[in-house]
Each structure stands twice: as C-alpha cells, then as structure tokens.
Design a protein around this ligand. Structure first.
Ligand code: FES
Ligand code: FES
Length: 212
C-alpha cells in the first residue's frame, strides 16, 4: 500500500477525459492518504487520550473501620462498595457477591449491629464503623449458635447464600423479629436461596432465637 503512495509509483494525471482543473488521481490518493493518516493519527490520539484518562487516578479516600474486632485502615476508590472492600482489599471472601444490586442478600453483613447489603454500601461512608462479617461470628473453634443451627438443621445445599442468610438471621434475632415462622420469613425475605432451603433456614433461626 505504501508503494501506491510513492511518487514513483503513481503516474501523473495524463489520461484522456481527466479534467485538469479537478482533483487529480494523485491528489485524490494523496488526500485520501492524508485523511487516512489523520484518521489513524486521530485514532492514535484518541487511544492515547483514553489511556491517559484511565491512568488519571480516580478520587480515593482513606477510611478506618473495625472489621470483626480488628481496626483496619485502607485507601480505596471512592466508588468502592463495602463488599469489594471486604473481598478485594481485606481478603474476607465469606460475604458473597450474588446480584451486586441489593436484590439477593448474599452480601449481608452487620454494620454497627444493623444488617446491610454490603454491595450497596459505600466503604468511604463507614469511617469509624464496626463491621461484622461471617468470618467474625465464631469464637475460635466454637461456631455461633446460628451457624451451629444451620449445620444441625442442614439448612443449605450449595451454600452460596448461607453467609448472608446467617448474618441476616443474626440481625433478625437481635431485632426480635422471630415471634413466628411467618415473621421470620417476612424479615428474612431479602435473602434469597436458589436452592429453596427456606423451611430449614427459618427453623434454624427460630430455634436459635428460642435458645437465647
Ligand atoms: S450481592 Fe448484595 S444483595 Fe445481592
Ligand atoms: S443453599 Fe444454595 S442458594 Fe441457598
């Protein structure tokens, strides 16, 4: 292609019928090449701009919070969710990312004792907060009573929803919304189980609440 553009390879516009006042073949080719060059150059420029934009640091903040009893200070992109802070920055992968949109409850953790969907919670808003995740429930080798109840009741199949179910169940019990299976179902309704273990999950929460 480059040889087509060289002076030696392109014949002068001597063909019959070619207007001497209009653009010559050489001009058209040269113009096309120039435009192409601009486009290529433009494309290169745009790519460079995109790269430059990508390398501009996104706004970030330092946040200090207590996670499962340990003070942690991290610098995160301001858009980071609590779920990503836990999983990507602190390597606490017990909290699961199901929908990442607040619809499944797999990411449920406790923040200052309240259950939240960590996928919808901005990490930078949690300065000074106390966060409890599934990793923080057991005392050494001794499972939290609700964890033990899930085992005893066989309240899971694949287990993907289970950390969120248990954290939500802990919150539900603390809130006192355990006066009947119907009430437990109502207050656990934000936690979806695709394996359909609801009867056993409700039973585990009910029994743990009754033992308190
Ligand atoms: S992952 Fe947070 S609600 Fe589904
Ligand atoms: S145990 Fe599989 S999604 Fe709940």
């Amino acid at each position: 292609m480059s040889s087509e553009l060289s002076d030696s390879a392109v014949s002068p516009p001597t063909g019959a019928g070619e207007s001497t006042s209009g653009p010559s073949r050489r001009t058209v080719i040269a113009t096309g090449a120039a435009v192409g060059g601009v486009m290529v150059a433009g494309g290169t420029f745009l790519a460079g701009a995109e790269e430059a934009a990508a390398t501009v640091a996104a706004p970030s903040s330092r946040v200090s919070l207590t996670v499962n009893g340990t003070r942690r200070t991290v610098t995160v992109d301001n858009r980071t969710s609590l779920l990503d802070l836990l999983r990507e920055h602190l390597e606490l992968t017990g909290s699961k990312k199901g929908c990442n949109a607040g619809a499944c409850g797999a990411c449920t953790v406790l923040v200052d004792g309240q259950r939240v969907n960590s996928c919808l919670t901005l990490a930078v808003r949690l300065e000074g907060a106390e966060v409890t995740t599934i990793e923080g429930l057991a005392k050494g080798d001794k499972l939290h009573p609700l964890q033990q109840a899930f085992v005893d009741e066989d309240a899971f199949q694949c287990g993907y929803c289970t950390p969120g179910q248990i954290m939500s169940g802990v919150g539900c019990i603390q809130e006192g919304h355990t006066n009947s299976p119907e009430e437990i179902r109502e207050y656990m309704s934000g936690n979806v189980c695709r394996c359909g273990c609801y009867v056993k999950i409700v039973r585990a929460v009910e029994q743990t609440a009754a033992r308190k």
